[in-house]
Ligand binder design. Structure first.
Ligand code: WTA
Length: 657
């Protein structure tokens, strides 16, 4: 293990990959002048992209940045996102085009329902019907609708139906616990919730509606639950409150005129982790968001009309919102949507899918690539991946070894890789290669896209041309978050105060090299990135201390071969509680219940006290060194230096990482 990071560094400094000449020849963007053109007049650049959309009323002002950090894009303009994603394609005679090739996890056993061909015609019909169902439940413009769903086409329909009537969706990743769901519904005062009876995971139905039922008594504002029957589990339904999706949609009026929305009206809220235990409700709006997701989806993936595009994220994360639903549908793309686990029933499931649908663009996360690396190349044998022409990565830094494996084994050495850096807050891709222009360096997200400006600040708050520091964005962009739901002050404090109210603090540490390439190093706040999923240390700590056996907890992120970072917890048990394997298991289970399985600590260490300064502050840096098995320097300033030995001993005994 110790040698691998060094190998990565070595690889990253030596290798460069110019775009293959064959790719450049067919690429939509192959002239680097596009960067200068956008930089010369960013507003004209973005307005050009906005014009590609269908507006009900034109905007009068491209950008109002007179009151930073409050940006207004395309003010005066009116449009509807669902009309842009559906109606205009159907009106252009493209209704028969496939929007999604949906593959069920149990596709081989499920008969025709296991592989559904979802056309634009079908999506528009279902969206209008479901929009009318929502209206019938009293949901209107500005109301919040929760969506807690598996990876099925109805999830996209639910989102688009909200957009059609101006309701604001709040999607909660289906792997979150009931209490995380409850918190997100509560703080957003959701009026209705769309869910499914269950989701299929590794062959077995995992109940979803049941989870919802457990928290409904605590959610007085939530009046209705619409339930898609995915697994036929026959979940309990309460008369008057719970509605069967299939029945309601079949009975609904098939016509719903799209609501004209202001460009700055909210489209959705999506909760993400921040530095405190309380998740942040990122608010995205309509005109600027759709403009930038459509533009970046087309440019970064060099989209062609006949591409078969597969973004393998879950719709519950921002990647799914922007690059499964809104970007691709705005562009009239044919996508693949796969319901289940990558290793079910076999570890070559993905390669079967790529072969079956002739996928040409694959967009996934480094953590998945590293799993495939671990499972080995043998699984690729016999699968024809020659349809692939472009690969994408997102969610965390991709280490050069994984990059090279992806390039060689999945991309056959011929596909450019776009390592796309962005965040829930940015809404759309910000730093990424353009595959027909940019020479890539494995491990670097390369350069800000045309129209985007990023910079690195050093310790003395100076912008630097080369070296390491803090990543910032120095100009507004159309898809930027507009606020935190219900917490406008926190929005300004978190992102727009460190360097003034017109410089966006990203929260990532990064390095800029002699070519101006950006290398993301990691987070500067207390956010841990596990398999590309953001979790805050405080969130996990408060879940742990809510267990009655825990007196105190400190949580850190440590590097992990498979998941990028892993969660390590240091616990002081309550007096009389036995710290052993049983308690470790119980605590992991407890965190799964409080937040979700993704937040379970990988390792837990126990001590009578945590390493603290005399003033009582937990020394996290020291905890990191302990977890890393590093030589510890002077610990005499600690209140109780002996706890360090005890913890270091446990780390050693467990074999460390
Ligand atoms: C990290 C996911 C390096 C980064 C779209 C960021 C990345 C956080 C990359 C946002 C990348 C995302 N290279 N790091 N290509 N993409 N990150 O909000 O730390 O779930 O701040 O959005 O993931 O995570 P989020």
């Amino acid at each position: 293990m110790a040698e691998e990071p060094e190998l990565d560094v070595l690889l990253s400094t030596e290798l460069t990959f110019p775009p293959p000449s064959g790719f450049v020849a067919g690429a939509g963007w192959s002239d680097p002048a596009v960067y200068e053109r956008a930089a010369a007049d960013p507003e004209a650049w973005w307005a050009g992209w906005a014009e590609e959309l269908e507006w009900i009323e034109p905007w009068h002002t491209v950008l109002d940045w007179s009151d930073p950090p409050h940006a207004k894009w395309f003010e005066g303009g009116k449009l509807n996102v669902s009309a842009n994603c559906l109606d205009r394609h159907v009106a252009a005679g493209r209704g028969g085009k496939v929007a999604f090739h949906w593959e069920a996890e149990d596709a081989d056993q499920a008969g025709p329902e296991g592989r559904r061909v979802i056309t634009y015609d079908w999506l528009l019909d279902q969206t209008q019907r479901f929009a009318n169902v929502l209206k019938g439940l009293g949901v209107g413009k500005g109301d919040v609708v929760g969506i807690f769903m598996p990876m099925i086409p109805e999830t996209a329909v639910a989102m688009l139906a909200c957009a059609r009537i101006g309701a604001v969706h709040n999607v909660v990743f289906g792997g979150f616990s009931a209490s995380s769901l409850k918190e997100r519904m509560e703080v957003s005062t959701a009026k209705a919730l769309v869910t499914a009876d269950a989701t299929l995971r590794r062959g077995a139905p995992m109940p979803m509606k049941e989870k919802v039922d457990g928290v409904l008594p605590d959610l007085p504002d939530l009046e209705h639950v619409v339930v898609v029957n995915r697994c036929g589990t026959g979940c309990a339904m309460l008369d008057g409150r719970d509605i069967d999706w299939q029945e309601a949609v079949a009975a609904a009026d098939p016509v719903c005129v799209p609501e004209p929305m202001d460009a700055e009206d909210p489209l959705y809220i999506l909760y993400t982790s921040g530095s405190t235990a309380k998740p942040k409700g990122i608010v995205h709006t309509t005109g600027g968001y759709l403009t930038q997701v459509a533009a970046t989806h087309r440019m970064v993936f060099d989209l062609k009309d006949d591409d078969v595009y597969w973004c393998a994220a879950d719709i519950g994360w921002v990647t799914g919102h922007s690059y499964i639903v809104y970007g691709p549908l705005a562009n009239g793309t044919t996508s693949v949507m796969y319901e289940g686990a990558p290793d079910y029933p076999g570890k070559d499931r993905w390669w079967q899918i790529i072969e079956r649908y002739r996928v040409s663009i694959l967009y996934t996360a480094p953590t998945v690539i590293r799993s495939f690396m671990k499972w080995g190349e043998a699984l690729l044998a016999g699968h024809d991946l020659s349809s692939l022409r472009l690969l994408g990565s997102v969610g965390e830094p991709i280490n050069p070894r994984a990059w090279l494996w992806y390039h060689e084994h999945i991309g056959g050495g011929r596909c450019p890789i776009v390592d796309t850096w962005w965040q829930t807050e940015t809404g759309a891709i910000m730093i990424s290669p353009l595959p027909g222009i940019t020479t890539t360096k494995p491990g670097s997200a390369t350069l800000p896209l045309p129209g985007i400006k990023a910079a690195i600040m050093d310790e003395s708050d100076e912008m630097i041309e080369e070296g390491g520091g803090t990543l910032v964005l120095t100009t507004p962009w159309p898809a930027m978050a507009r606020t935190l739901y219900g917490e406008p002050e926190r929005y300004i404090e978190t992102y727009w105060s460190r360097y003034g109210n017109d410089v966006y603090l990203v929260g990532d540490a990064a390095r800029i090299d002699e070519d101006g390439y950006v290398w993301i190093v990691g987070r500067i706040d207390d956010v841990i990135n596990v398999s590309g999923h953001r979790l805050s240390t405080m969130e996990v700590e408060s879940a742990l201390v809510s267990n009655e056996g825990v007196a105190e907890a400190a949580v850190i992120g440590v590097p992990d071969d498979a998941t990028g970072q892993a969660i390590v917890a240091f616990i002081t048990p309550q007096d009389g509680v036995e710290a052993g394997d049983g308690f470790t298991i119980a605590l992991r289970e407890h965190v799964a219940e409080k937040i979700g399985k993704l937040a379970r600590p990988k390792r837990i260490y126990f001590a009578d006290d945590l390493p603290k300064t005399r003033s009582g502050k937990i020394m996290r840096r020291l905890l990191r060194d302990i977890a890393d098995g590093k030589e510890l320097g002077d610990v005499s300033t600690l209140r109780d230096p002996s706890v360090v030995d005890s913890l270091a001993g446990q780390v050693k005994a467990s074999g460390g990482r």
